[in-house]
Ligand binder design. Structure first.
Ligand code: SIN
Length: 307
C-alpha cells in the first residue's frame, strides 16, 4: 500500500494535491467537475475583513503559456464567508484551508481569531503576497513584517498557519526563514510574478490596474527554483505552486523539496485536473517503488547532470 498522506507540522493532508486560492472559487463552481473527497484540500479565494470590489477591468489577460491577473482581492468579506461559504465548504469531506489577507496585522489577527473558532477548518493560509493591492505585498517583501504577521496569527488561533510568499523579492530564502522562525507550519511557494501586458497599437496597458500577477506554465521553472532554494536552506515544509498541471510537474516539485502542491491556473483550462493528479500520483508512487510521498520529498541529487 502506498501512503499518500502528508504531514506539514500541525497540518495533516490525505494527499499532497491541493487547489490554489483564486482558481477554484468557493468550490460550488467546481462541483460538477471534481469529486472533492479525492483532493488533499481546497483553498478558497482570499477573504478580507471587509467586502472588496477589486480592481477595474480588464482584470485578466492571456499571455504565452500564462495568465496575468489583477483581480485585486474582489470578495464579499469574512462575514459573508462565515455565513454562506463555510457551512458548504466544511461539508465537502476534504481539508479546507481559509486564505486571508489583511491591510495590517490587526486585521489578520481579528480574522484568524474568528476563523479559529470554526469547526472543521484545517488551516489558515496568509496571503502576504498579492501583487494587485496596495499594502498587500509589503508583508511578504520584508522579513520582519512577515514574521510579525505569522507570529501574531499563531498567537490568535490554534489553526496551523501557512504563509503564502511572493517571488517578487531578492531573496525568497530570507522571507521563508523569517516565516519559519515565527512559527509558520508551512510556506506556500509562490504567488504570482509581477508582470504587464501592453496593447502597443493603442499605446496602453491592457489590464485596468496596469500591472498584474503572472501564473501558469510560464512560471513553473521560476517557482521550482524558489522551492529548491528554500528547501536547501530552510527547515520548513513547503507547498509548491506555480504552473503545475501534469503529474511530471507534481513530481518535479516534490523532488525539489515540496511536501505538497497547489494546482492553480490549470483549473481554468482543465477543471478536473486536480482529481486526475491524485490518481496519477498514486500510480507514479507505485511505479517508483516508493511507499510514501515522504520518500520523494527533496530527493533530488545535487550533482550536476554531467558529473
Ligand atoms: C488577486 O485577487 O488580485 C489575486 C490574488 C493574489 O494574487 O494573491
Amino acid at each position: 500500500m502506498t501512503q499518500l498522506a502528508v504531514q506539514l507540522n500541525r497540518l495533516k493532508l490525505a494527499n499532497p494535491i491541493l487547489v490554489a486560492s483564486g482558481t477554484f472559487g468557493y468550490a460550488r463552481e467546481m462541483a460538477a467537475y471534481v469529486d472533492f473527497t479525492k483532493l488533499g484540500g481546497i483553498i478558497p479565494k482570499t477573504i478580507t475583513a471587509e467586502p472588496r470590489r477589486g480592481n477595474p477591468p480588464p482584470r485578466t489577460v492571456e499571455t504565452p503559456s500564462g495568465m496575468l491577473n489583477s483581480i485585486g482581492l474582489d470578495n464579499d468579506g469574512i462575514d459573508y464567508f462565515l455565513e454562506t461559504h463555510v457551512p458548504y465548504l466544511t461539508s465537502l469531506g476534504t481539508a479546507v484551508i481559509a486564505n486571508i489577507a489583511g491591510r495590517n496585522v490587526d486585521e489578520f489577527v481579528t480574522m484568524a481569531s474568528r476563523l479559529g473558532k470554526v469547526d472543521r477548518l484545517a488551516a489558515l493560509e496568509l496571503n502576504i503576497s498579492c501583487p494587485n493591492v496596495s499594502g498587500g505585498v509589503d508583508f511578504g517583501t520584508n522579513p520582519e513584517m512577515a514574521a510579525d504577521v505569522v507570529s501574531s496569527v499563531r498567537d490568535a488561533c490554534d489553526l496551523p498557519v501557512i504563509a503564502k510568499l511572493t517571488p517578487n523579492v531578492t531573496s525568497i530564502v530570507t522571507i521563508a526563514q523569517a516565516a519559519a522562525d515565527a512559527g509558520a507550519d508551512a510556506v506556500s511557494l509562490v504567488n504570482t510574478f509581477l508582470g504587464m501586458a501592453i496593447d502597443w497599437r493603442k499605446r496602453r496597458p491592457i489590464l485596468g490596474n496596469k500591472l498584474g500577477g503572472l501564473s501558469g506554465p510560464a512560471i513553473k521553472p521560476l517557482a521550482l527554483r524558489c522551492v529548491y532554494q528554500v528547501a536547501q536552506n530552510v527547515e520548513v515544509p513547503i507547498i509548491g505552486v506555480g504552473g503545475i498541471g501534469t503529474i511530471d510537474d507534481v513530481m518535479e516539485f516534490l523532488v525539489a523539496g515540496a511536501s505538497a502542491v497547489q494546482i492553480g491556473t490549470a483549473n481554468f483550462y482543465n477543471p478536473s485536473v486536480s482529481e486526475r493528479l491524485v490518481t496519477e500520483i498514486a500510480d507514479c508512487l507505485r511505479d517508483q517503488a516508493c511507499n510514501s510521498i515522504a520518500d520523494l520529498v527533496g530527493s533530488i541529487h545535487h550533482e550536476s547532470p554531467n558529473s
